[in-house]
Design a binder for this molecule. Structure first.
Ligand code: ZN
Length: 285
């Protein structure tokens, strides 16, 4: 199943058409896309019985918003691909993921325009996990039972604020400017993939490929990450986990390739789709 937000209303994509869930269910499920994750198993069971719904416009005719617009928690993992660790001249732990947050106000849609704050804004294509069932102290071999689906994300990052000095490094703030956590275009359930742990991921900036990898290259798998995070905090339905970026980011290139006004960034994950973001000069901080 593929779940999207059509201008803020929960919808499913069926044979290339969007089906409004609140209308198709006679009001059983709320129109607000965030609400469905609290009733995810019930929703999946209902959707499986409702084959043949054909009520909406074609997917390409509608404007998609963030499919998970108001998560209570947004986790992000750093240093989770070896080639990205190496290009940054860093060392990664093999035993413990590096965790930070993107504050929920930074969540944005798959085709939103993004204002650029002053500084050095960089791209990070990432696979994003959507939690569908509360997870507390879940072992890795049961982690996928708590995953509603997968989507694509950009962990947009202002590198000067992120790395410090003269001020302290501000990982979470540097990655939480408005619209710095775009996700989409759809949340895709794990059963839709041949192997949800091995998907091509990448991004293009103004048509030039900047990142290309496979999610099977992650140091900590989706299951490892869910297990580790849930050993400390409960993961709640509708939470997001950005799972880290592969090599090719702009600020370690020579010369650097940072995002400038007018740039267009395409971000894709195999089996999920492609997001498109146009950047413009934002307000002065
Ligand atoms: Zn990242």
């Amino acid at each position: 199943m593929r779940v999207v937000s059509v201008e803020g209303r929960l919808a499913m994509v069926v044979d290339g058409q969007v089906v409004d869930v609140e209308r198709a269910s006679g009001g059983r499920f709320d129109a607000a896309p965030q609400a469905v994750y609290a009733r995810w198993e019930e929703f999946v069971a209902w959707a499986a019985e409702e084959r043949g719904m054909r009520s909406g416009p074609a997917l390409h005719e509608v404007t998609l918003a963030a499919p998970v617009p108001e998560p209570r928690q947004v986790f992000a993992i750093g240093l989770n691909y070896r080639d990205h660790v190496a290009e940054g001249g860093l060392e990664a732990s093999d035993t413990t993921p590096m965790v930070f947050t993107k504050f929920p106000s930074s969540v944005a849609g798959p085709y939103d325009d993004v204002p650029l704050p002053p500084g050095s804004v960089d791209f990070e294509a990432e696979l994003v996990v959507v939690i569908g069932k509360q997870a507390e102290r879940v072992p890795a071999d049961r982690a996928w039972e708590h995953v509603a689906g997968l989507t694509a994300g950009q962990d947009l990052s202002e590198r000067e604020l992120q790395t410090g000095p003269p001020h302290p490094p501000q990982f979470s703030l540097a990655k939480s400017f408005p619209k710095f956590a775009p996700i989409g275009p759809a949340v895709v359930t794990p059963d839709e993939f041949d192997d949800p742990s091995d998907l091509e991921i990448g991004c293009h900036l103004n048509g030039e490929q900047m990142q290309k990898a496979r999610t099977s290259d992650m140091i900590f798998s989706v299951a490892d990450i869910v297990a580790y995070l849930s050993s400390v905090v409960p993961l709640l339905p509708g939470d997001l986990i950005f799972t880290g970026t592969p090599s090719g980011v702009g600020f370690v290139r020579d010369p650097k390739r940072l995002i400038t006004p007018g740039d267009v960034l395409l971000t894709h994950v195999e089996g999920i789709g492609t997001m498109r973001h146009h950047f413009h000069a934002g307000p002065v901080r």
